[in-house]
Design a protein around this ligand. Sequence first.
Ligand SMILES: Cc1cc2nc3c(=O)[nH]c(=O)nc-3n(C[C@H](O)[C@H](O)[C@H](O)COP(=O)(O)O)c2cc1C
Length: 226
Amino acid sequence: MTLLHRCDGVATFTFMRVDPANISSRDFYRHMVACITPRPIAWVSTISPGGIPNLAPFSFFNGVGANPPSVVFCPVNRRDGARKDTLLNIQAIRQFAVNVVPHRLAAEMNETSAELGYEVSEFQHVGLTAAPCERIAPPRVAQAPVCMECELHSITSVGDGPLSGHVVIGRILLLHADDSVLDSQGQIDPGKLDTIGRMGGSLYTRTRDRFEMPRPGFSTIAQPPQ
Ligand SMILES: Cc1cc2nc3c(=O)[nH]c(=O)nc-3n(C[C@H](O)[C@H](O)[C@H](O)COP(=O)(O)O)c2cc1C
């Protein structure tokens, strides 16, 4: 890490430059999660070939596109280089569900990030109900208001060894949303959904502080990107 001083003619300020070649992956990860914020959370449920349900949160998560509807999330190898149970299950079964995390389920979500043995189900460990999905074998979280049932599109591994990531892309086969989070038009209401986002370390944010800013030439109704 280098600290540099820069003068823009009005004020002198200091900034840092971080070359990943000069620090550990773990330290660089800290910088990434502190500035890639807030991150949405995919609460991913899978099932092992032996039929054991698994559940874990992933905040390296986003949408990919809508034709076909698809999502992406990234399980990162453990510090000992081992692949996470979620990835092992998806490689074997090629299906997963993304459950959405409202504020009321924050503690349970966090509990499911515990590193349990492969043969232990986080559903049982935390006391969540595993409800059957309609199109895929893995169960969904019955308490979660929204679930996307996905089939695997592709896995791209970026590097290997400790903290290297795997880009998992899934095609959404079915989305279900509880009536309680819908508005009068049948759209998912962000206020009712009350999702949380992840900041750095153990810090989270709520999504209650919103502001509106229509894009130039667009109406205020949510539009797909152009
Ligand atoms: C809010 C939150 C977000 C997380 N995001 C990620 C992530 O994007 N990638 C990752 O590899 N681990 C992430 N983790 C850690 C995993 O949830 C954790 O390693 C978990 O034990 C993996 O479970 P599994 O081995 O059953 O797949 C996150 C943890 C929390 C609490």
